[in-house]
Design a protein. Sequence first.
Lengths: 293, 282
Amino acid sequence: MQKQAIFQSRLLPYALVAPQLAIVLLFFYWPALQAVIQSFLLQDAFGLSTSFVWFENYLDLFREPAYFEAILRTFFFSFAIAVSSLSFALLLAVMADKPLRGSMLYRTLLIWPYAVAPPVVGVLWIFMLHPSLGIIARYLRAIGIDWNPLLDGDQAATLIILAAAWKQISYNFLFFLAGLQSIPRSVLEAAAIDGARPMRRFWTVTFPLLSPTIFFLLVVNIVYAFFDTFGIIDTMTRGGPGKSTETLVYKVYSDGLLGGNLGSSAAQSVILMVMVIVLTGIQFRFVERKVTY
Amino acid sequence: MVEEEGFRRYVAHIILWIGIAIVAFPVYIAFIASTQDNALIANGQMSLLPGGHFFETYYQTIFVGTSGSTREPVGNMMLNSLVMALLIAIGKIAISIISAYAIVYFRFPFRMPIFWIIFITLMLPVEVRIYPTYKIVADLHMLDSYAGLALPLIASATATLLFRQFFMTVPDELLEASRIDGAGPLRFFWDTLLPLSRTNMAALFVILFILGWNQYLWPLLITTRDDMQTIQVGIRKMITTTDALTEWPIVMATAVLAMLPPVFVVVAMQKLFVRGLVETEK
């Protein structure tokens, strides 16, 4: 698709793209290239000499059981966060889609958590579920649960998943509501005339018509769980106890910064880059986009 | 009309209110905690009703900061966050609207390669290039500066795509008309295209401001001086000391203050927010 009416100028267009191009090359491509190069290098313990080691950093990673565990954990977190947040948001969206009094108010009251930053989400949730002073932890202990996410890895993971899913409810709700509102009323009315009860109407008409939205949100939620949970994890558990809440992104951060293992951290970055490319590819290939090239 | 019996309607109202309660509960607790006495909270005896320390806590938070862990007034952190968020939002809109203009309204060698170079950055989020980017910013002596906080996050393929989409829908007659009036490319951009893009820019600004305000990993890496940290980084540093020393009312007041600007933007500019969100994702 091209414009028919255009301007003629030799230098102006370059001047107009120059700022964007400069930033993109300096802060996106150059670092990405550096990460790829770095991933083939090995530094000695004192950072004095560097040698080219081919795929050694990658092979080391794949020999390390902790890396596989981090991969599995990240996928499990993504799945758990996506499923819990999507199903709760869908329930709320279906309810808010009904012709109710005050539906605009409901929408306002449900979408604002989108604006809460991940580290703040982490702080809010650790405060409620803190083993010694958390207000919910108090009740959990009262009903006989030995609650201590600072020591128990599974409980820490549960906490991360809950907090991350909570933040994502509003986003999912908004897109589900838009999806529901774009379903033609006539289709639902036809099903009603055929005698389908509301539950049946939902599963046989609404849900299938909503599947593009569901798929789109699934991809978005997975990307969210991969990258945006960093702030939540960093404020709540710092990847601990042990390594029970260390996701792939968190591992890049902690291996590079705290461990000082830049080669391994770079190799992990490159693997993450490949994963992002695959996810973005899926999004473009299967999700209807309005972008035309 | 699809029938909705009264009973089902009641159920819907109840489920929605439960949803709202779940969504609001953590924030309510944070607010309550920020008005109570630290000793009470540390003993796990916090009440579910507001306490009497509201003014005292918020005054200390905004103008003094915690006494132990950060020693930086949260008011200053908010200022840093605000500057960063504004730089990111305005910077992104400015550089992507002019590059989209060039790509749509001019024919020049390497036009499509340049478009693709910008487009592919969608696949390079800051998390996958943190250390090399950090090194570049350090080499440019931009650690602990607003430029260092904002510049690496300022390029945006999404915004460029959005403006490109929008420019494609602008009728060609407008350009021809302004050309007859003797307007050159810059004049057409300034007098015709910019006013038409106002709503798009506003919707984008709302989203980009929220995303900018909420940045965490990048400021965490490149700010070392206390007076340069953003509120998101500051709040984490407040809870890093051993539990017994954490000043919870101040932490919670900081959480409330960190939420206030972006939540206000969402609620006050809801239409623009929804529009921006839907458009940036498509």
